[in-house]
Design a binder for this molecule. Structure first.
Ligand code: 26Q
Length: 829
């Protein structure tokens, strides 16, 4: 059976028997200098965390030992959106019931205690959350896999809506210490910056005059659900004791290495500090990897036998040059040998096709910060061009020049009149594998982004690894009632580590009236939970029987929140014009952050809030339409929002969203998708069946055709009166410029897709209102379809590519009942 849920009501302590766990908790409390009578939620939280941390330490240590030899995958990511740890740790320790019961007995509310934990916001969005899901899956598959990242003193900003606008506040996530980490001894490595490349002899280069920084590691536990494996996430922190610098700028840069995460913001690109952060964590992670190898007593020529380095986007792509530097400069390896090894050890995942999002560095800036790496990259670039030359023998000079221009890492940009180092190219042409994150995206990586990769690197480069989500967080934790229902229907909870089994497993249940009713009730309850959260945050009163239509993600023009807003306006107008037309009561939910200097994205947030105010206060509308913008979207809020959705908005312009992962979370939790044929939506549609998803809009090839023909939105708007009316409505508001862009350019082709979007919305809404049984069936079918997007399966694919195998996990060491009270059910007395 599943672990207890936190639904307990508090019972006077006197009515509860003292349990060993209660004693432990009070012990832990007293150790921290607190008494039961005075204990606050914070105190209980720290007491719980301490017990769990201690309980998992042995498994952490055992796992470390098991993984001391053999090949290990090292996942390098500047972002990890971990979400709260408490429940993951409780499940892993097998203490969920015990702790929950003990807290109730002690007069504390387990819900509050669990909710006390701050969300470590160490990521921007999808890419960071993916890294967290991958680590969870690595542990659950008992794989030797380690995460490496950067410790940020402050998380991604907290979003506050003030006067309807996004403001950014600092996120002190380490408020009162992080009980889940161990801060390790100073690492025996240093990282260099600045200085110059010297040539003491003809074919030897050194890095002279550099400033050196030492580092600490913060190690975080990554436990499996059964607690048998506890993998490690190592976040690097600079030790600036006695560091030295030449000038104030250098001092400031070094001082800020761990200050905070950069937003995925095109205006913030090319910043020196960002490059230094990238290099700092990459260098330390590689030094750690090399040290692990040497510890095994193996020659460095065999590095590929003990290590795979996975680069999560280009953010750690300097790894290519750094590994070359370590091998050649520090360990005296011959250049070509080192190049072969690098190409056998490094792997690169691309997460975006948008040219402005692909990192590139002004060569002069990089020369200042990493002079030796520029020398290395220039040499790698010469090697690459020579390689291309030999692969293209017999081709015309023009053809060769065109290819070279496309593949070169060191690239003269005619427009900017600057030489750039293209990090995507550095990574792609020096990795054993390159992959995209959905079938569609991988095809675009292969054909559009790096069309020469096949010729230069071989026929099987690049490949696809469709993203996934961990069922532990996105079903077991986020939707415990549905998880329990699935367990009941399946007869056991083995699906938790084998999610695809629920597809077949629920095939019959889908026709079972009891199952259907329970499934529908759970959705309704989840909507109520979300309504409660919205209310508690000062939002409108939402009815649980309305259709919940939800779009939650970073605000970006390509994701087209504006199109959803236009639909909301059009619906509002339709209700005013045809008040008696039957339609389902509808709740539109928006949430997401905009990069601080992304003006258009911030205007969209302001518009969503403004529109919410207007519609929610319009007496003529009542419950027919409610709009809520949920402030400060993060992982814990997603865990409440996702299970409540009826309709999941995945409406990016085709060809722009690499994969998406919230689309998978919604599907697994029984929402129907309204979306374009973009990213992983395509694969979700294949699993669910065309009848069970509302696809609309132009396809990638339609978009390409429109671009070739010359796109004109004005004629399209003239043919779509509903769109025209919604745009005109907005032209009369402070948000006219957003509407004008659709008339004038319409870069994201809203006018091309709106009509179809409206029609599919109507189809969905009518079905929801008139054919609830059909909707329910489709909802269950979507849960079954969502089962095919477990990150466990994604990581199995990566593991094959990395050539790593599970280490035999020790038998379950948990003494399950050691603290258990007689009757673990937590019904109030
Ligand atoms: C780059 C340079 C300087 C500062 C910041 C950045 C930066 C930071 C973060 C650039 C991009 C990101 C994040 C990208 C991201 O989250 N991409 C998403 O990755 C998901 C996981 O693969 C996909 O599902 C999404 O489709 C993709 O948008």
């Amino acid at each position: 059976m599943l672990k207890a849920k936190f639904r307990a009501k508090t019972t006077p302590a006197a009515q509860r028997p003292a349990t060993p766990m209660a004693e432990k908790l009070t012990g832990s409390l007293t150790e921290n200098g607190q008494s039961i009578q005075k204990a606050t939620t914070a105190d209980w939280y720290h007491a719980v965390a301490k017990i769990l941390h201690q309980k998992l330490l042995q498994s952490w240590e055992d796992t470390w030992q098991r993984q001391a030899t053999g090949k290990r995958a090292n996942y390098l990511s500047l972002e990890y959106l971990l979400g709260p740890n408490t429940q993951t740790a409780m499940d892993a320790a097998g203490l969920s019931d015990d702790i929950c019961n003990a807290l109730v007995g002690l007069g504390a509310d387990p819900n509050e205690v669990v909710k006390y934990e701050l969300d470590p916001g160490l990521g921007n969005g999808g890419l960071g959350r993916l890294a967290a899901c991958f680590l969870d899956s690595g542990a659950n598959l008992h794989l030797p896999m380690a995460g490496y990242g950067l410790f940020y003193r402050e998380g991604f900003f907290k979003q506050k809506i003030v006067d309807g606008r996004q403001t950014e506040e600092e996120d002190h996530w380490t408020r009162d210490g992080n009980p889940w980490e161990v801060r390790c001894e100073q690492a025996p490595y240093t990282v260099k910056f600045f200085g110059r490349q010297d040539t003491p002899s003809q074919d030897r280069y050194t890095w002279a005059g550099a400033k050196e920084v030492k580092a600490y590691a913060h190690d975080l536990m990554v436990p499996s659900y059964d607690g048998r494996t506890v993998n490690n996430l190592r976040l690097w922190d600079a030790d600036l004791n006695g560091f030295n610098f030449d000038n104030e700028e250098q001092k400031e840069l070094l001082w800020k290495l761990n200050y905070r995460l950069y937003p995925d913001d095109s205006n913030d690109k090319g910043k020196k500090l960002r490059l230094m952060q990238e290099y700092f964590f990459t260098s330390l992670s590689l030094q750690d990897t090399v040290a692990r190898h040497l510890n095994m007593g193996k020659p460095l020529e065999q590095l590929a036998e003990t290590a795979a380095i996975q680069m999560n986007d280009t953010h750690p792509a300097i790894a290519v040059a750094e590994l070359m530097r370590l091998l050649v400069d520090e360990h005296g390896m011959e250049w070509n040998k080192a190049r072969d090894i690098t190409r056998n050890v490094c792997f690169y995942t691309n997460h975006t096709l948008m040219p402005e999002a692909l990192e590139k560095w002004d060569i002069n800036l990089m020369k200042e910060v990493l002079p030796r790496h520029v020398g290395i990259i220039e040499e790698l670039n010469r090697n690459l061009l020579a390689e291309a030359d030999s692969k293209l023998q017999g081709e015309s000079k023009d053809k060769k020049d065109a290819v070279k221009n496309r593949i070169e890492v060191v690239h003269w940009d005619e427009g900017a009149k600057k030489t750039y180092i293209r990090m995507g190219h550095l990574a792609a042409f020096h990795s054993k594998q390159v992959n995209g994150v959905s079938i569609m995206h991988s095809l675009l990586v292969k054909n559009e982004l790096f069309p020469d990769l096949v010729k230069i690197r071989g026929a099987d480069v690049p490949t696809n690894k469709t993203n996934g989500i961990t069922p532990r967080r996105w079903l077991v934790q986020a939707n415990p009632d549905l998880a329990n229902l699935v367990t009941e229907a399946m007869g056991n909870d083995e699906w938790i580590t084998d999610l695809p089994t629920i597809d077949k497993g629920l095939e019959q249940a889908q026709y079972n009236p009891g199952f259907r009713t329970a499934f529908a009730d759970i959705k309704r309850q989840n909507k109520q939970n979300l309504a409660d959260m919205v209310k508690a945050m000062g939002g409108p009163t939402l009815k649980a029987d309305a259709l919940y239509d939800i779009q939650i993600k970073r605000f970006h023009e390509y994701k087209r929140q504006f199109m959803n807003i236009l639909h909301t306006v059009a619906l509002y107008q339709d209700i005013l014009e045809n008040p008696d037309k039957p339609r389902p009561d509808t709740v539109k939910i928006f949430a997401g952050k905009a990069a601080p200097s992304y003006a258009v994205a911030k205007e969209n947030i302001e518009l969503a809030n403004w529109l919410a105010g207007k519609i929610n206060n319009d007496k003529r509308i009542g419950d027919k339409l409610k709009v809520a913008f949920i402030e400060d979207y993060n992982v814990s809020k997603a865990q409440v929002i996702v299970p409540a959705a009826d309709l999941s908005e995945q409406i990016s312009l085709a060809g722009t969203e690499a994969s998406g992962t919230s689309n998978m979370k919604f599907t697994l939790n029984g929402a129907l998708t309204i979306g374009t044929r973009d990213g992983a939506n395509v694969e979700i549609g294949e699993r669910a069946g065309e009848n069970n998803i509302f696809f609309f809009g132009k396809t990638v090839s339609d978009v390409e055709r429109l671009n070739r023909q010359g796109y004109n939105s004005k004629t399209l708007i003239e043919q779509d009166l509903r769109l025209k009316k919604a745009l005109i409505f907005l032209q009369d508001t402070p948000f006219a410029n957003l509407a004008n862009e659709v008339f004038d350019g319409d870069h994201w082709k809203i006018a091309a897709d709106f009509q179809d979007y409206w029609d599919k919305q109507e189809e969905a809404r009518n079905m929801y209102m008139n054919r609830p049984a059909e909707w329910l069936t489709k909802s269950i079918i979507n849960t079954r379809a969502g089962a095919h997007f477990s990150s466990d399966d994604t990581i199995r694919g990566y593991a094959r590519m990395w050539n790593i195998r599970p280490t035999a996990a020790a038998p379950i060491r948990r003494i399950a009942n050691e603290n258990r009270i007689e009757n673990p059910s937590i019904s109030p007395a």
